[in-house]
Every structure is written in C-alpha cells, then in structure tokens.
Write a protein that binds this ligand. Structure first.
Ligand SMILES: *Cc1c(COP(=O)(O)O)cnc(C)c1O
Length: 295
C-alpha cells in the first residue's frame, strides 16, 4: 500500500472546518473501508488456500477489493450474486468491470428459494476445499485487525494535535467498521444507517458486541431511504462537496452521511474528523443514473 498511515485533509464546508481522514487515498487499487477490513488477509499467509469465496451485489465495493486481494495473493475469487442486471452485463462499468478485469469469477445464482448466503452455506461450501469464506461486505472478525490500525492512527493524530474532544464520524453499512473503531478509539464514534434503518444497524452492533455502552452513537435519518435508490438531495450534496472541497465522495454512503452530519448538533459544536471510506469506483454508474433521471 502506498500509505501506511493515510493523510488527513482540512476542509471548509458550510462554514465549518472539518478534518477528513483520507482512506480513499490508501492505495490506487486497495483503498477505503474494504482495504482496512481485508488488511488482515493481505498481511497473513494464504498457505494452502486456493480460493476466496464471498457474495454480495454485482456493483459492491467489496467485490472489487476482494478481486485485488485475490490477484495479489494469486488465488481465485468466486463471488456469488443473486442477480446481475442485463444493463450492467451489456455496459460493463465500475466495480463489476474492474473485478472482471482482475479475473474475478462472478457467479449469478438466479434462484429464489434461499438467500445467497444460505445457498452458499448449504450448497457451495460443502463441495469446496482450501478456501477462505468472507461474508457480505467484509462482516468478519478479521476486520478488527485493520480497523484497529485506523483507530490507532486517529488516536495518535488527536493527541499530537490536542483534539481531546474530537468526534469521529463515518456512515455505516453493516456497521462493522464503526463498531470496531469505537472499541479502539479514545473518542466518540458517530454514525448513521445507510443500509436498512437504525434498528437494523443496532442489531448488527449487538451481534458483534452485546455491551450497548460500547456501541457508536447512531444519528437518525430524516426520512426512510432505500440503499441504492436515487435521491436528488444525495446528488446535490455530493456535487456541493466536490465543488467546495475538491474531494469526491461516494453517492451511496457519504451523501447520506453528510446530510445527517450537517444537520446534527455535533456539526455546530465539536471538532469532527470524517472518515472517507473510498467507494469512488461505484460513482460512475450512479452518476449516469442520476443524469438520466434528473437532467
Ligand atoms: C463498505 C462501505 C461502507 C460500509 O462499511 P461497514 O463496515 O459495512 O459499515 C461505507 N462506505 C463505503 C465507501 C464502503 O465501501
């Protein structure tokens, strides 16, 4: 990786100074949130392992990151998806395209009886040998290894810069990153639910740690959002951020993250470091969809 310790930028947005932890810059190929979560696998020997097995959406950031990991480790990647849109097959782009370029084996299940996860666990894993199985979005205990390193980088920076009351903000999917960060940070972690609602996120936290006092703070969404759907305000704030800060943020997680952050009291009162978790490769197809719908 290019950086061991990703840089921190200072930006001004909505008349506030905010610090940005640039995990989007970790490395050209292996960056962002998934790089932190898969760092354990990058650093450890794949002795005897021939294949990585995982699943999720055909556009997922984890698909691309795992394809990079498989390439570096010289193993195969079998990535199961429930369905691939015809449009995507005919117009290769984003994470899907780059993962294919890296040699990923993307397998469309097209069956309705079981969830993709159940199908893999009931039918696929039994007949496979010498594999590593990684749940959707990197929801694995090994993720703690790389996230702890991220926490240590922030702890050290906060201490050196005398930011005792620093709050750390990041938007969540499975909540794995936010939860492990809170475990290792000396600062409050604030997040919001981008996949599912607050209840779903709370449940995810409870699965990883039953002690609620160690959970991150969850900001409530102003309305119900469905992951992957288009919302005009998501596109607008992404453009505004790009214009005002010169940093490109992702449209699936960051847009909702920023909308929640700027309308919270934390934004007015505290020193905030926002973790940029990458995911920019997915913007290409999202921007095309936004332009089709709104322009
Ligand atoms: C995967 C991902 C997330 C969500 O991370 P969780 O640990 O699942 O909460 C957020 N932002 C980006 C850009 C991601 O790729």
């Amino acid at each position: 990786m290019k950086y061991i310790n990703s840089p921190i930028s200072t930006i001004n947005f909505k008349n506030r100074q905010i610090f940005i932890k640039r995990d989007d810059l970790l490395d050209i190929d292996f960056s962002g949130n998934k790089a932190r979560k898969f760092y354990y696998f990058l650093k450890h020997d794949f002795k005897g392992i021939k294949k990585i097995i995982s699943f999720g959406s055909a556009q997922a950031n984890s698909l691309y990151s795992l394809s990079v990991l498989a390439k570096i480790k010289n193993v195969k990647l079998d990535f199961y998806v429930s369905h691939i849109a015809t449009y995507l097959k005919e117009n290769l782009q984003g994470n899907y395209k780059e993962a294919l370029n890296n040699g990923a084996n993307i397998i469309e299940l097209n069956q309705n009886e079981l969830s993709t996860q159940e199908y893999i666990e009931n039918h696929i894993l039994k007949s496979e040998e010498e594999y590593i199985y990684i749940e959707e979005g990197g929801r694995v205990k090994e993720a703690e290894y790389g996230i702890q390193i991220l926490a240590n980088e922030i702890n050290k920076w906060a201490k050196e810069n005398k930011k005792e009351n620093l709050k750390v903000f990041l938007p969540s999917g499975t909540g794995t990153t936010a939860l492990f960060l809170q475990k290792h940070l000396n600062h409050e972690v604030i997040t919001c639910a981008c996949v599912g609602d607050e209840e779903y996120l709370k449940k995810q936290f409870l699965q990883l740690n039953c002690d609620e006092t160690q959970h991150p703070t969850i900001l409530k969404n102003k309305k119900k959002y469905h992951f992957g759907k288009l919302y005009k305000e998501f596109y607008e704030i992404q453009l505004e951020l790009l214009k005002d800060t010169n940093i490109e943020f992702d449209l699936l997680y960051d847009s909702l993250g920023w909308l929640n952050l700027i309308s919270s009291d934390y934004f007015q009162d505290d020193d905030i470091i926002y973790i940029h978790q990458g995911g920019i490769l997915g913007n290409e197809s999202m921007i095309k969809r936004y332009i089709n719908k709104y322009l």
